[in-house]
Write a protein that binds this ligand. Sequence first.
Ligand code: G3H
Ligand code: 13P
Ligand code: ZN
Length: 346
Amino acid sequence: MALVPMRQILDEAAKGGYGVGAFNVNNMEQIQAIMQAANDTHSPVIIQASRGALKYSKMIYLKKLMEAAAEEFPHIPVAMHLDHGNSLETCKEAIALGFTSVMMDGSLSEDGKTPNSYEQNVAVTRSVVEFAHPLGVTVEGELGCLGGIEDGHGAGLTDAEVQDHLTDPAKAEDFVAQTGLDALAVAIGTSHGAYKSGRKDPVTGEMLPPELAMERIHEIHDRMPNCHMVMHGSSSVPRELVDIINQYGGNMPDTFGIPIEQIQDGIKHGVRKINVDTDSRLAMTGAIRKVLIETPAKFDPRDYLKPAREAAYEVYVARMKAFGQAGHATDYEPMTLEDLKALYRK
Ligand code: G3H
Ligand code: 13P
Ligand code: ZN
């Protein structure tokens, strides 16, 4: 199967009432682990590359690896998506390379840090839709800003400022109408990376995961039942993965992720794409540390990259089952970008 347009994967997920994990990749091991997990759970899947990933691996290598993935598993619908594109130019480059979907993150300006005005966001997102749709390529946009900055994406907002940058459901309706995008990333209090802001239980003093503004997702879904929403910053940061890292010489402070049940609640209310990067990074790092500490004489990269790939695989399998995409790989006939061109013309 050739790579499919992400729009089809999301439309089918909406019909089936499930969510689809969009997993970030930088190398062959991650791509192989995702595809093996998709094959073993019969899942459609979205593989995405950030600008940082494309720089690290050089665009052409990731493109060829993703094409290899689609060729090795022809029965798995797989979309190749640009994560956090920062300009029309970046999106054009990804499309020229063969990506079947792009994110234009117009919530931030081209530096990837400074929040854009609403009008700037509408203008740049619409310009990408106008370029991409005639080519059959899917477009994700974002309204509102995520917290956190440690991975280089985000406005570095404080917990209090994040509250002012959550997605406004009324504006979301206008944003979708004005831009014509296919998928809307919403800001509900998640942040990228392993250090998501937690909160103190007022009674016990215990640290708890961040409180998400799920009611905004509910309201957007009520207003626009056909809008595909995207949750960024959705790693669950499992304690056992952090513990393995620390057990083998790491030094990660106590941290929190997004509970799977909250993501599942989102999926019941229109979330169709769930972005996960950090969890596979944690799994791979823990596995590599374990090998290097337990068997310090080893020096063949395969000795630690293979366990790293297996650890990432376990994360992907668990997420595919939890998000509900498992079992849906062969529900539908894959579409091509040509098919989508015709749909967008209507
Ligand atoms: O959006 C954030 C993703 O985790 C990608 O991060 O820019 O370090 O590749 P990255
Ligand atoms: P995490 O850092 O929570 O995995 O989020 C990844 C993401 O949103 C990529 O766009
Ligand atoms: Zn993101």
